[in-house]
Design a protein around this ligand. Structure first.
Ligand SMILES: Nc1ncnc2c1ncn2[C@@H]1O[C@H](COP(=O)(O)OP(=O)(O)OP(=O)(O)O)[C@@H](O)[C@H]1O
Ligand SMILES: [Mg+2]
Length: 282
């Protein structure tokens, strides 16, 4: 990688006995919306599970039917196809497990001090082969301030990995990817600061009206639906992880390169040693 120079206001509620008490019971319209989302989710997931399952079943059937007569190379190809489909299925199930752990609040986060650049370097090392294969240039603008923060290292590494995989996947060959950092006061806590990490690419970009919806489960933008691969869960999982850190993430257009920019903002300190995901913010 190349371096570049580089209260909550507690309102005392006046007692108003006439107002109905607040409850968690959803209104009929939000129940309808939830049911609609559940149906869409089930339809998507059945499709995503069926495709690799179909591969496994058909190639194993071909193998069984031709085990005596087919040349060894052909049988080896069937095994490869079965293996590829099974791996895809496993990735999908792992992603779904991650999402359900987060949604159920069952996952405990272990916050420790981590240097963001160390986490990025570890991920970049992992993806060096695909970066080179696509002849991409990766730049990191070294900040003049420390980028150490309290976070769950493996989880933030997973976010960095999802964002870098996307930047690589949706870049044109020969393009650039740039990491930059910013530090600013925490809007939710006057005694703390936030670190913002931006990853900008020069790839296909994201349509204007889809900068928010690409974070939904199984969502793919209309620029990439035609088979860039993937299940559309990476950003949904990343956003859950970032919310569990009381941070937020957004997508923008890259004014410099015409691609996409993802901006992740995280507080430097976590209030509690372990906590389940909190309310969503951006
Ligand atoms: N850097 C990017 N440039 C352009 N489009 C992007 C970028 N990152 C994400 N997207 C769009 O957002 C969609 C959702 O991204 P997400 O990472 O959730 O899913 P995915 O990459 O399709 O699959 P996977 O579950 O394997 O990550 C992508 O399908 C793509 O349309
Ligand atoms: Mg992805």
């Amino acid at each position: 990688m190349k371096n570049r120079a580089g209260s909550a206001k507690e309102r005392k509620q006046a007692r108003q006995p006439k107002e109905p008490p607040e409850t968690d019971i959803p209104s009929p319209s939000s129940t309808e919306e939830l049911l609609r989302k559940k149906d869409a989710f089930l339809a998507n997931i059945s499709h995503e599970l069926r495709t690799p399952m179909h591969g496994i079943l058909s190639f194993s059937r071909f193998g069984m039917q031709n085990v005596q007569s087919a040349p060894r190379e052909k049988l080896a190809r069937y095994f490869e196809q079965i293996n590829t489909s099974a791996n895809r299925l496993m990735d999908l199930l792992n992603d779904l497990l991650d999402l359900s752990k987060n949604a159920g609040g069952k996952h405990l986060y272990h916050f420790q001090s981590h240097d963001l650049i160390d986490l990025i370097n570890a991920v970049v090392l992992e993806f060096n082969a695909s970066i080179r294969e696509k002849q991409l240039s990766l730049y990191l603008e070294r900040p003049a301030f420390p980028v150490t923060l309290e976070c769950d290292g493996p989880k933030i590494r997973q976010v960095i990995s999802n964002l870098l995989t996307n930047a690589i996947k949706y870049s044109y060959p020969g393009g650039s990817i740039l990491y930059t950092f910013h530090r600013h006061p925490d809007p939710d806590n006057p005694n703390d600061e936030c670190l913002a990490l931006k990853i900008a690419d020069e790839g296909i970009g994201i349509p204007h009206g889809e900068l928010e919806t690409i974070f939904d489960k199984f969502a793919q933008s209309s620029y990439s639906q035609t088979g860039a691969g993937g299940t559309g869960l990476g950003l949904a999982i990343s956003r859950e992880i970032i919310h569990a850190h009381r941070g937020h993430v957004r997508a923008e257009h890259n004014p410099a390169g015409g691609g996409a920019v993802f901006c992740v903002t995280l507080p430097i300190h976590q209030k509690e040693a372990n906590h389940a995901p909190t309310a969503a913010r951006g």
